[in-house]
Design a protein around this ligand. Structure first.
Ligand SMILES: [Zn+2]
Length: 258
């Protein structure tokens, strides 16, 4: 496995017409994918996709937008799904105070409950944080020892250090390539490469030069090129280190995509 996209939504309807072609482009690049659940239904779909392709793994979780759907039954179903051998993490979980699609107390309860599930099952987490940093940091500090990825990290160097201090990795994706994101580029320049994993968040957050179109896992290479320029490191070394980080974090081998 040369590349890892640690955050894709391959079950999204944006891929319904050509999912097989998207996946075969990944196979050609030797690119593995972690496809992310955002509801019970999408978690089931992620597990099914991972079961059909050797280079795809799944996470299961309830996105903060859907936090009000997390009841006891949903939590039990996530736990059942999480025991599938293709499931490598709990996510996408977290807080989103920008869109506020579930009430904030409900988002916090769902986040805490799923962090506890991850700790109990000894799985890493994929964390979504949007305009909710204070509550995010305090919940993470209370959660005990967790490992995982702050997905689509968009903060400055100070916030990067807060998350690194909690033992988390930073997921870096398409926004790094957007012209206005100088603060993020400064942060990434300073973050040790062994704490970075690549991601697309496809079908969203498409990097330059395809910005405005649908994103797909193969475009993770544009993110790597930008990190390479920022750090003055060869893109192949960015690929090798970030892939090693991802495989270690998610506890998976390097079997190729098929
Ligand atoms: Zn996502």
């Amino acid at each position: 496995m040369k590349w890892m996209d640690t955050h894709a939504h391959l079950d999204d309807k944006a891929f319904d017409k050509d999912r097989a072609a998207v996946i075969s482009r990944c196979a050609a690049l030797s690119l593995g994918i972690v496809t992310i659940g955002s509801s019970v239904t999408s978690s089931c779909a992620a597990v099914r996709l991972a079961g059909r392709h050797r280079g795809i793994w799944a996470t299961v979780g309830i996105h903060p937008h859907n936090a009000s759907s997390l009841d006891e039954a949903a939590l039990r179903e996530l736990e059942r799904l999480a025991k599938d051998e293709r499931v490598v993490g709990i996510g996408e979980i977290g807080l989103d105070y920008y869109r506020d699609l579930s009430p904030r107390p409900c988002q916090r309860d769902a986040f805490r409950a799923q962090l506890a599930l991850a700790v109990r099952l000894d799985l890493p987490v994929c964390i979504h944080n949007r305009e909710s940093t204070d509550d995010m940091l305090s919940i993470l500090r209370d959660a005990g020892t967790i490992r995982g990825v702050v997905h689509s990290f968009l903060g400055d160097g100070e916030l990067a250090n807060e998350f690194l201090g909690l033992g988390l990795h930073l997921g870096i994706g398409g926004p790094l390539t957007f012209p206005k994101n100088g603060i993020l580029r400064d942060a990434v320049r300073a973050v040790p490469l062994d704490r970075i994993v690549l991601e697309t968040d496809c079908p969203y957050l498409t990097p330059v030069p395809y910005r405005g179109r649908r994103n797909e896992p193969a475009y993770v290479t544009y993110v790597a090129e930008t990190i390479a320029e920022l750090k003055g490191i060869d893109p192949d070394d960015i690929a090798a280190t970030t892939t090693k980080n991802a495989l270690r974090l998610f506890g998976v081998g390097s079997g190729s995509l098929s």
